[in-house]
Design a binder for this molecule. Structure first.
Ligand SMILES: [Zn+2]
Length: 68
C-alpha cells in the first residue's frame, strides 16, 4: 500500500490547550501547542482568570508526559 508524502509528514497537531487541530504551532514536551494559545499564554496576565485555565492545561500536558 502506497503512503503519500503528505501522509508521512503528517503529525498530530491537536493543540493541548484549545484541543483543536491547527496548522501552526510548536511542540512542547512532545505535545502540540498552537500559535494562538502560545500567544495567549504569553500575553495573559497571571491574575487573569484565563491564566488559570492555561496553566491547568499545560500542567495536564506535562503530567501526561511523565506517565507516558
Ligand atoms: Zn490552541
Amino acid at each position: 500500500m502506497r503512503v503519500s508524502v503528505i501522509d508521512k509528514n503528517k503529525r498530530e497537531k491537536v493543540c493541548i490547550v484549545c484541543e483543536q487541530e491547527k496548522a501552526e504551532g510548536i511542540f512542547l514536551f512532545g505535545h502540540f501547542l498552537c500559535v494562538d494559545c502560545h500567544q495567549a499564554i504569553v500575553q495573559t496576565n497571571t491574575d487573569d482568570p484565563n491564566y488559570a485555565f492555561y496553566v491547568q492545561q499545560l500542567r495536564k500536558m506535562m503530567t501526561s508526559k511523565i506517565y507516558s
